[in-house]
Design a protein around this ligand. Structure first.
Ligand SMILES: [Zn+2]
Length: 211
């Protein structure tokens, strides 16, 4: 389970993540902003939305962004193993069918870790990806969602935002400024798989140094 990666001091990297898509209009707008800024991000998809908007999904994947599983139905209920399997397996199968990507990333809806989903994901060897900086973009105004990100930003951090699941125009509005501000503070933007890799390298370096 990962909320934030431990990196070397020489690296200042952060991962932008977008949940609850693919979603009409806003997913495309966010893709545009990321492209303009030459940034790769990580998208956690809801299976039933991907089923509705497979073309959007293809666009995200072919732009080189990382893809994660965010369940089929996005519900905050308890699951037995069969139920969790349905939510997670079905979504990963569709992701692979639509994009060719076999994802090993899982993010539980609502960040709930004790309702059976995260346990099943871990059993199936997914990395359970949480976050360290919550934009609260689903409920706050553009300015405060920007402040939320900047206040919690740190190296190895994972920023939670949303491209789908509702009206995300504030996220679209805030994103260019968030990117500019983080850049000004010296952050490099990486995907979650890249962040995991960087953490592994930092650990190896530490181990060698201790020998
Ligand atoms: Zn979500």
């Amino acid at each position: 389970m990962l909320r934030q990666a431990k990196l070397d001091q020489q690296h200042k990297a952060i991962a932008l993540t977008f949940d609850d898509g693919p979603w009409p209009t806003t997913t495309r707008q966010i893709l545009e902003i990321l492209k303009k800024n030459n940034i790769k991000a990580t998208f956690f998809w809801v299976g039933r939305y991907l089923q509705t908007y497979p073309e959007l999904g293809k666009q995200v994947a072919s732009a080189g962004h990382a893809i994660g599983n965010h369940t089929w139905n996005h519900q905050y209920i308890k699951y037995n193993e069969d139920g969790a399997a349905r939510e997670i397996d079905r979504t990963s199968s569709l992701i692979e069918e639509v994009t060719g990507v076999k994802t090993s990333l899982f993010r539980p809806p609502g960040g709930i870790l004790n309702n059976g989903l995260a346990a099943y994901a871990q059993k199936k060897n997914y990395a359970v990806i949480m976050w360290s900086a919550d934009s609260l973009d689903w409920r706050t105004a553009t300015q405060s969602l920007m402040d939320n990100v900047m206040r919690q930003a740190n190296s190895g951090g994972i920023v939670l935002m949303h491209d789908g699941g509702g009206n995300r125009s504030r996220t679209v509005q805030a994103l260019p400024d968030i990117i500019a501000k983080l850049r000004k503070e010296g952050y490099k933007f990486v995907t979650v798989p890249e962040l995991l890799q960087m953490q592994e390298q930092a650990l190896k370096k530490q181990e060698t140094a201790q020998k």
